[in-house]
Design a protein. Structure first.
Length: 254
């Protein structure tokens, strides 16, 4: 769902939803409040278990988001290494083909940098189309000498180009994966239940209104952090292509 992939939207929506759930529990569920007074300790156990489950689920989801953030970073490093290796292995091909490959690799590198920094979906489609065109041209340039002069040295250049193409596929897929919507829905449902239980336990909704805001604020910030890490093209936390930028400076240096 779109709201879970947009941190700036998720923060206010989650806060208002949880605050409203707490307000309902404090001011509208009078029958349930009467039962809470009778249950006493048992209700405290239920509320504590719900809050504990919510905390564990948030921690698990945050861990999943961080692992995918690290995975995207590692794919970017591997892609930079593959492009640099193939740039050097171009010496194994005929001089004319090597010069053409190096020119195309520099253009290809610029397109990959645009992929990591693009924020507009329409612009991203153009970048992917240009990347596919450059990949086809690069493969054609290594395929021709491999067919004309097969040998172990040329095979290294072909294998290096194959690594370039594979690393792009891995990186692109890594940026496409997100935390499952079912996980978000489950976490949101438990958070709403926890807010209702906290509101039901409030003795005086008017005097305790400030306390009813604490849980929605804490949970909303946690959800915002998870969504921010899980959305590489939006939010405050961005994954900069440091390795590709370094390689671009190296290849374009005088």
């Amino acid at each position: 769902m779109l709201v879970f992939h947009s941190p700036s939207v998720l923060l206010p929506v989650s806060f208002l939803t949880l605050w409203f759930a707490g307000w309902l529990g404090a001011s509208r569920f009078k029958g349930l409040k009467a039962q809470v007074a009778e249950l006493g300790v048992e209700f405290g156990v239920i509320r504590g278990a719900t809050l504990t489950l919510l905390g564990l689920l948030i921690a698990f989801t945050l861990s999943l988001a961080l692992s995918r953030f690290e995975q995207r970073r590692m794919y970017e490093v591997q892609e930079a290494n593959a492009i640099h290796t193939e740039y050097l292995r171009a010496d194994l091909l005929p001089q004319e083909d090597a010069a053409k490959i190096r020119v195309l690799l520099r253009s290809y590198l610029e397109q990959r940098l645009l992929f990591y920094t693009a924020g507009n979906e329409g612009r991203l489609e153009q970048i992917n189309a240009e990347t596919a065109r450059l990949q086809a041209n690069l493969w054609t340039l290594v395929q021709a000498p491999a067919s004309a002069r097969p040998g172990p040295t040329v095979a290294l250049a072909v294998a290096g180009m194959n690594d370039v193409l594979n690393s792009e596929a891995y990186a692109t897929s890594g940026w496409s994966y997100h935390i499952p919507t079912s996980d978000w829905v489950l976490m949101t449902a438990i958070a709403i239940c926890a807010s209702v239980l906290v509101g039901v336990d409030a003795k005086d909704p008017k005097s305790g209104s400030r306390l009813l805001v604490i849980l929605p604020i804490v949970v909303s910030i946690a959800l915002f952090l998870i969504a921010d890490i899980d959305s590489p093209r939006e939010g405050l936390i961005r994954s900069r292509p440091i390795s590709l930028l370094h390689l671009s400076n190296l290849l374009n240096a005088p």
